[in-house]
Design a protein around this ligand. Structure first.
Ligand code: NDP
Ligand code: MG
Length: 398
């Protein structure tokens, strides 16, 4: 069997590390050809020494020099590159079959687009590509004949529960027999906190998720429920379903990862222990099933599962994302940019937890009504403008 060549972009992050864990279980199926990182250069060097990729990519030239030094004795054959062109080059390299797009935030958009345009199997973890540039990403995928497989646990669950012929890239199939898509949300660490207590949340508290171990940005998004809002937008693009057929239900145990309800009254759900190696292994092996290292679920041990409707008052970010989705056009991109800036300001201790939604609401109100960027340059301009406005808004709060 020919091994599939894999590029792991964002290899040092939470998803990257889980991906390498799954890949290491199947050396006969996969060959790691490229790895990338931003700031954790020592960790990337260790990964490169272990997996022996052909390419390792970092952001800055100084870091590239440092990485070359670190690899000079133990893995001198690894080609070290830096910057966005090297990253896009790794994503579209002819030797690469599968690209794990797991760079956090807007920085991950161009490499994901490069992989899609080059017709790769794109394991899409980065939310930016769809939220900022949904149409642009989907048309690049269609043009490149890419296969896009969702990694986010909710979308991966939905993908597993949809009929096999369903795919957003084939608009003809959209809508057949599917009544609703129900995304589950853990509700984050402050699910039952009062609004007064939530106002005083610290970055450390927001980053301590009860069920999932994740990067800092997505942990904060999970605590504000903006993460679920961005996931509604992702689901819209991935599955071709409008906001009226998308629903969120709070499920604190994170065992049911999402559901699809059909016209005949059936609800299909995907269940599993909350460990990202399951959706990663699903997408890596698709359509086959691979061992992921995740323990099987024991329902008797769990005993009960709980569900409730989300509280829009305490989680205004969810409402903002739904509004951005209904608004369409620039809305999702502007919201995503404002949120990235607001979350960074919160993590730096510059604004309070509940001010994240305030910043997003103000930026969306002022800048979310235009049309979506028609190409990547237009998307980046829109994103830059929304970030500038978010910074201005934050300064005005000080
Ligand atoms: P992490 O913050 O743990 O990792 C992010 C990765 O991106 C790291 O490898 C980091 O490098 C790299 N990176 C950061 N900034 C840049 C940049 N400017 N240029 C190039 N590379 C950069 O994030 P996660 O792994 O948690 O998440 C990755 C993506 O997957 C996000 O979009 C997230 O929303 C999504 N996701 C994550 C889930 C999870 O459970 N973690 C679940 C579902 C989706 P370095 O560490 O070296 O700085
Ligand atoms: Mg998710």
């Amino acid at each position: 069997m020919k091994r599939r060549g894999v590029a792991v972009l964002g290899a040092t992050g939470s998803i990257g590390v889980s991906t390498l864990d799954v890949l290491a279980r199947h050396p006969e199926r996969f060959e790691v050809l490229a790895l990338s990182a931003n700031s954790r250069i020592e960790q990337l060097a260790e990964q490169a020494i272990r997996f022996r990729p052909r390419m390792a990519v970092v952001s800055g030239s100084d870091d590239a020099t440092r990485l070359r030094d670190l690899l000079s004795e133990r893995a001198p054959e690894v080609t070290v590159g830096h910057g966005i062109d090297a990253l896009c080059g790794a994503a579209s390299d002819p030797s690469v079959d599968v690209v794990m797009a797991a760079i956090v935030g807007a920085a991950g958009m161009r490499p994901a687009l490069a992989a899609a345009g080059a017709g790769k199997t794109v394991l899409l973890s980065n939310k930016g590509a769809l939220v900022m540039a949904g149409e642009v990403f989907l048309s690049a995928s269609r043009a490149g004949k890419a296969t896009v497989l969702p990694i986010d646990s909710e979308h991966n669950a939905v993908f597993q529960c949809l009929p096999p012929f369903w795919h957003a890239l084939d608009p003809q199939s959209a809508g057949q027999g599917v009544a609703r898509i129900v995304l589950t949300a853990s509700g984050g660490p402050f699910r039952d906190w009062s609004p007064e207590r939530m106002a005083g949340v610290t970055p450390e508290q927001a980053c301590a998720h009860p069920n999932w171990s994740m990067g800092r940005k997505i942990s904060v998004d999970s605590a504000t429920m903006m993460n679920k809002g961005l996931e509604l937008i992702e689901a819209h693009y991935l599955f071709g379903v409008g906001p009226d057929r998308l629903e969120v239900v709070v499920h604190p145990e994170s065992i049911i990862h999402s559901m699809v309800q059909y016209d005949d009254g059936s609800t299909l759900a995907q269940l599993g222990n909350p460990d990202m190696r399951t959706p990663i292994a699903h997408a890596l092996g698709f359509p086959h099933r691979l061992d992921s290292g995740v323990a099987a679920l024991s329902l008797p041990e769990l005993g009960r599962l709980h569900f409730e409707a989300p509280d829009p008052g305490r989680f205004p970010c969810l409402g903002l994302a739904t509004e951005a989705l209904r608004q369409g056009g620039a809305g999702p991109c502007v919201l995503n940019a404002a949120n990235e800036i607001a979350v960074a300001a919160f993590l730096e201790g510059r604004i309070g937890f509940m001010q994240i939604s305030e910043v997003c609401a103000r930026v969306l109100e002022r800048q979310g009504h235009g049309s979506a960027g028609a190409d990547i340059e237009a998307v980046e301009m829109l994103d830059d403008a929304a970030r500038a406005l978010a910074r201005e808004t934050i300064d005005s709060l000080d």
